[in-house]
Design a protein around this ligand. Structure first.
Ligand code: HEC
Ligand code: HEC
Ligand SMILES: [Cu+2]
Length: 491
């Protein structure tokens, strides 16, 4: 038992850890090289000093030598340190360049820091999920829980949904944040990277050995900073492929939209609340004065249900937008729960279907690929119809990179507001979106012709642009049919 508990804690060691990637090992080697150079210089300088002080002391009758401006000595003590510095700079620069070289990566994962969880989007296969502190740790950490943290395996270092990556593949990470600055750190990978709102940072890794690697957020990011751990599971390719299939199926499943009884909604809502809302509004709904309003007795909750639904779906200030994070059934449950528990008793409810109608139409997985449509004629739509439909297509498929208002995210994702491409020839924009370019995915197979035409028209007549033209779904349909068959996912 004692042994099991000890291994649950981090192993404390004196030296830097070697980690599990080539880069982390190179960093370790660099660290050891510099350390030994410092040890060598330290021993040399202090050894000479102490030897001289002792053996040439005045009491033995030694006289200090008197010499000034000895050119030979001055040249020597300039050249030797210069050589040492060059000797250190060369391997250090090499390692730094290697650390920053994200070229030729085989897949990309966008990581977004939230108060207090991590969002992962696999840009190549559309897998998308949130990763938060696991339930066992979360229960044990509550004040007065009475649970001994040492009895919880990987206490505060475990999550509900770990990030899964394949081994022996170069994986590029893009880091950003939704609210405040966070920092993503897995010691075994050898680096940490800041996740900054409105800005993208890059890093990469390639793990050779399958295994579970744990880390934490390392930027002070608010009251629950200590409770947003990171778990990465590296799997060999065949296991990874199985996981991808399962994860894709799961995200396709969507919400259970059948009607539920009032009591069911409230009971299930309690679980959703504990997991998603209690960090800020507290488990008893009392809130944190000055930061997070109380749920108990809240005027918003006692008021019109639609106002509350709108707030929970779209967020406001420090309140995150849960429309993107939770499914329609979970949203209807948690909203009904807050109105009929935690000291409130409004007595009403909202059903999953009603919430679903308020969420963006297409699923949030951009790569839920559609089979090429049969060349049935599609009716023409007015520009306004296209723009209206395009809004939700944009929110689900483009906003994660180009941002909700089209402002982009420097330096990686160009702004669509005022973009030369958007203001230019419509065929060039359609072509770019059909085929992709660099980090811009190709949407030729990923969107239905109608959605595709709608989002093109939307970007040209909204987000601060007013080109005042449109493309019809039937035109897109022809172009899509002419596209080469879908390539393999690994492409
Ligand atoms: C990261 C912290 C955070 C989380 C998590 C969070 N909220 Fe909030 N919530 C806030 C803040 C901050 C406000 C105040 C927003 C404002 O008015 O500017 C707020 C406001 C509210 C209000 C309005 C209260 C009032 O009287 O003004 C409701 C209702 C609410 N949240 C429900 C929820 C629900 C339901 C969840 C879980 C699905 C949730 N919140 C999760 C931070 C949070
Ligand atoms: C994974 C991130 C990502 C997503 C999702 C994405 N884009 Fe892009 N987009 C990019 C990148 C990166 C570029 C720059 C490509 C280049 O020039 O190398 C770009 C370029 C563009 C451009 C040209 C802008 C310019 O001024 O150069 C347009 C227009 C555009 N995207 C529209 C869209 C639309 C519409 C969607 C949704 C259907 C979308 N994008 C989804 C990453 C993305
Ligand atoms: Cu953080």
């Amino acid at each position: 038992m004692a042994l099991a508990l000890r291994t649950a804690q981090a192993d404390y060691t004196l030296n830097l850890m070697k980690g599990v990637t080539k880069v982390s090992n190179d960093i370790y080697d660099l660290h050891m090289l510099i350390l030994w150079i410092c040890v060598f210089i330290g021993v040399g300088v202090f050894g000479t000093m102490f030897y001289s002080i002792y053996h040439h002391r005045k009491s033995k009758g030694h006289q200090a030598a008197q010499f000034h401006e000895n050119t030979t000595v001055e040249i020597i003590w300039t050249i030797i340190p210069t050589l040492i510095l060059i000797g250190m700079a060369i391997p250090a620069t090499k390692t730094l360049l290697e650390l920053d070289d994200v070229q030729d990566s085989e897949m990309s994962i966008k990581v977004t820091g939230w108060q207090w969880k991590w969002e992962y989007e696999y840009l190549d296969n559309g897998i998308h999920f949130f990763s938060s502190l696991d339930e066992a740790s979360n229960k044990a950490r509550q004040v007065g829980s009475g649970i001994d943290p040492r009895s919880v395996p990987n206490y505060l270092l475990n999550v509900d949904k770990p990030l899964v990556i394949p081994t022996k593949k170069k994986i590029r990470f893009l880091f950003t944040a939704a609210d405040v600055i966070h920092s993503w750190w897995i010691p075994d990978l050898g680096w940490k990277k800041d996740a900054i709102p409105g800005f993208i940072n890059e890093a990469w890794t390639s793990v050779d050995k399958a295994g579970t690697y744990r880390g934490q957020c390392t930027e002070l990011c608010g009251k629950d900073h200590g409770f947003m751990p990171i778990v990465v599971i590296a799997m060999d390719q065949p296991d990874y492929d199985v996981w991808v299939k399962k994860a894709q199926e799961e995200s396709k499943k969507g919400a259970d939209l059948s009607d539920q009884s009032h009591d069911d909604l409230v009971t299930k809502g309690a679980t959703v609340y504990a997991k998603n809302c209690s960090t800020c509004h507290l488990p008893d709904g009392k809130g944190v004065p000055g930061a997070f309003p109380a749920i108990t007795g809240s005027a918003v909750i006692k008021g019109d249900i639609n106002t509350q639904v709108n707030l929970v779906l779209n967020g406001k200030g420090g309140m995150p937008a849960f429309g993107k994070m939770l499914k329609a059934d979970e949203l209807s449950q948690v909203i009904t729960y807050t109105r009929n528990a935690l000291g409130n008793s409004v007595g009403d409810e909202i059903q999953p279907k009603a919430v679903q109608d308020l969420l963006p139409k297409t699923s949030s997985a951009p790569a839920a690929k559609v089979a090429p449509e049969k060349p049935e004629p599609i009716a023409d739509m007015s520009k306004d119809e296209l723009v209206n439909l395009g809004k939700s297509v944009y929110a689900s498929n483009c906003a994660s990179c180009h941002q909700a208002e089209g402002q982009g995210m420097s330096p990686m994702f160009p702004a669509l507001t005022g973009s030369v491409v958007v203001k230019g020839d419509i065929n060039a924009q359609v072509d770019l979106m059909l085929n992709g370019k660099g980090m811009m995915p190709s949407f030729g197979h990923a969107l239905k012709a109608t959605d595709f035409a709608a989002v093109v028209t939307y970007t040209r007549n909204s987000l601060g642009n007013s080109v005042n033209d449109a493309v019809q779904p039937s035109v897109i349909q022809k172009l899509q049919l002419a596209l080469p068959a879908e390539q393999d996912d690994d492409e």
